[in-house]
Write a protein that binds this ligand. Structure first.
Ligand SMILES: Cc1cc2nc3c(=O)[nH]c(=O)nc-3n(C[C@H](O)[C@H](O)[C@H](O)COP(=O)(O)OP(=O)(O)OC[C@H]3O[C@@H](n4cnc5c(N)ncnc54)[C@H](O)[C@@H]3O)c2cc1C
Length: 193
């Protein structure tokens, strides 16, 4: 005989990232899970989501489908990859901590309206890097802040700040960050405003 129980709150099956996210969004919920570990435990390589300007949810969807061995359902894959940026925004709103510089970039990628909070993150990253005399970190934080200032028309201010940080370096000019900084400096110098 099958026993039935009436619950006074929704029942969420599975305690991976999907189940727990649903449970977090409910005022009250019961969560059941089987003992075996799900995929979430294994996901330790960072959050796979298209946020940077040189990436896109479409590319993520195509990559996912191409390695799914025919099991991926395009509509569902599109839904998941398309919802990624918003999901990261929700994580930030829930209080998930990211590296300050990274968090600023994430906030801007989720919405350009987040510029005040993003700017505060870049300042914190800059301050921390300076206190730790971590020049590479300082350069990255300065570039993030300069790109933000560039969009706000504060190009000369940005150029001066970046030139000062860049000027500290005496070697390693082939490194990606230094190459990007050089390009950004040229861009800022070419359009003083
Ligand atoms: C090895 C590996 C590495 C990965 N690395 C990354 C990464 O670095 N970055 C990234 O973004 N993604 C990564 N992924 C993908 C990511 O882990 C998954 O997309 C995500 O965890 C899926 O979450 P989920 O909640 O849907 O599933 P799961 O985490 O699998 O959760 C499902 C849950 O349901 C439970 N369950 C199943 N059946 C029942 C049942 N009948 N009754 C009760 N409970 C049940 C399971 O025990 C489990 O707890 C990785 C995946 C794997 C396998």
């Amino acid at each position: 005989m099958i026993e039935t129980t009436r619950l006074d709150a929704p029942l969420v099956v599975g305690a991976g990232v999907a189940g727990l996210t649903v449970a977090l969004g409910l005022p009250r919920a019961y969560v059941v899970t089987v003992a075996e570990m799900g995929s979430t435990w294994w996901a330790q390589g960072g959050i796979a989501v298209a946020l940077s300007p040189d990436d896109s949810p479409r590319q993520h969807a195509d990559d996912t489908l191409s390695v799914s061995g025919g099991l991926g359902v395009e509509k569902v894959v599109d839904l998941l990859t398309g919802g990624g940026p918003g999901a990261v925004g929700n994580l930030i709103a829930l209080g998930a901590e990211f590296d300050r510089d990274e968090k600023g970039e994430l906030l801007l990628a989720v919405s350009s309206n987040n510029y005040t909070e993003a700017g505060a993150c870049f300042y914190q990253a800059l301050d921390l890097a300076r206190r730790q005399s971590a020049k590479s970190m300082e350069l990255r934080a300065a570039m993030s802040l300069c790109r933000l200032w560039q969009t706000q028309g504060k190009k000369e201010e940005a150029r001066q700040m970046l030139a000062e940080v860049y000027g500290w370096f005496t070697e390693g000019f082939d490194a990606r960050d230094l190459k990007e900084a050089r390009l950004l400096l040229a861009e800022l110098a070419g359009s003083k405003g």
